[in-house]
Design a protein around this ligand. Sequence first.
Ligand code: NAD
Ligand code: NAG
Ligand code: NAG
Ligand code: NAG
Length: 405
Amino acid sequence: MLNYNRSRNQSRAGMDYLESRRKQHFLGKILMAAFLTAVCIFILKQSPRFSETSAFSQHELGVSHVLVTGGAGYIGSHASLRLLKDSYRVTIVDNLSRGNIGAVKVLQKLFPEPGRLQFIFADLGDTKAVDRIFSQNAFDAVMHFAAVAYVGESTLEPLRYYHNITANTLVILEAMDKHSVKTLIYSSTCATYGEPKKMPITEGTPQVPINPYGKAKKMAEDIILDFTKTTDMAVMILRYFNVIGSDPEGRLGEAPRPELREQGRISGACFDAARGIISGLKVRGTDYPTHDGTCIRDYIDVTDLVDAHVKALDKAQPKKVGIYNVGTGKGRSVKEFVEACKKATGIDIKVDYLERRPGDYAEVFSDPSKIHRELNWSAKHADLEESLKVAWRWQKLHRNGYGSS
Ligand SMILES: NC(=O)c1ccc[n+]([C@@H]2O[C@H](COP(=O)([O-])OP(=O)(O)OC[C@H]3O[C@@H](n4cnc5c(N)ncnc54)[C@H](O)[C@@H]3O)[C@@H](O)[C@H]2O)c1
Ligand SMILES: *[C@@H]1O[C@H](CO)[C@@H](O)[C@H](O)[C@H]1NC(C)=O
Ligand SMILES: *[C@@H]1O[C@H](CO)[C@@H](O)[C@H](O)[C@H]1NC(C)=O
Ligand SMILES: *[C@@H]1O[C@H](CO)[C@@H](O)[C@H](O)[C@H]1NC(C)=O
């Protein structure tokens, strides 16, 4: 017994000695680690990449950080430019399936300061990637532009539209919900109204879309509306009419992929005809019940459109949904558009008059009085020829879009 006790005491004394040696050793290690950590933080802080990441990953008082999906596209790039000019912090997410990295590069050159603009290459259909983006960044608001947006294509490939419009909007909403991002500005379209009998179109006009593009956007609107009933989100849904024009200072333009030209919109076709890429303009339908027999549309300049987004963002309120038409309120016939195009480009474009295209409606124009009343917005660039002139100037200087200059 005794023997046992002594040996235990002896070994205890030995342990105390060892322990104090170990403690000293441990303290030294901690000091060393603390020193190295301090050095690392110092070095990282000096490097611009670190401060950039941290600026985007933290909320900052007085700075509003906007996620712009589809920011490499036509409207999204113009919106990003305006937001940056107005001192917002911008994160563009785009997978460049339809947009241009060249547009992002222009913006990066204009706003190179750390913490202003970052580009993330990602697919919004990738739920995990989207979730990661939301956990690594502190967004205050989302402007959701990313979509596929050609009526004709939507009738040929409906699944592509329901997937990339409706399903992807759901992915964005789920991420906003999970990460408590409370403000959404959503890109919708007059195509959600279909073919209403009564003109002009107000926000109360029944929505009866007649093609998968309009239906997919209407479904996305419905999902957003139902979701907002259960949360304190601030939502603005903007229903654009036909968007034309480009940055008056010539920094950005509209440059759809060559393979999408066939699907293209009338302004693109006008410029392609002026440049001789296509042999002329094909006007489909001259026997519509309109003053000159051609279809009537409401053309909204992209500069006015992005102004509406900034005003909507500014006025968005928790638990409220604002739905607004964004148009000029004035309808222009295709013949008038062609005349404006000829004058803007100075080229006597050849025009072929053909049979009606199935699915086209005679007349569509907006009543924009609600957005004027509630957001104090109105179209300032309503001169068709002037808008086309601005866009043509960029087109002439960028024959291969953002591919060259
Ligand atoms: N141009 C118009 O006349 C018009 C009219 C009404 C509504 N809109 C809406 O405005 C928005 C922008 O249209 P736009 O004319 O700028 O089109 P766009 O094709 O130029 O831009 C869309 C952008 O979204 C990106 N994108 C698409 N799918 C994506 C995905 N899964 N992941 C990541 N990025 C993706 C594309 O790469 C592209 O850069 C769309 O929602 C469209 O429906 C446009
Ligand atoms: C972009 O996203 C779509 C899915 O919406 C995908 O099919 C396509 O391959 C992606 N493109 C690139 C370049 O990642
Ligand atoms: C959209 O969704 C379809 C799947 O239906 C996919 O094949 C396509 O690549 C997607 N992306 C785009 C930009 O169309
Ligand atoms: C509304 O906008 C105009 C400019 O378009 C501006 O002069 C006016 O002060 C604005 N009104 C309000 C109440 O903000």
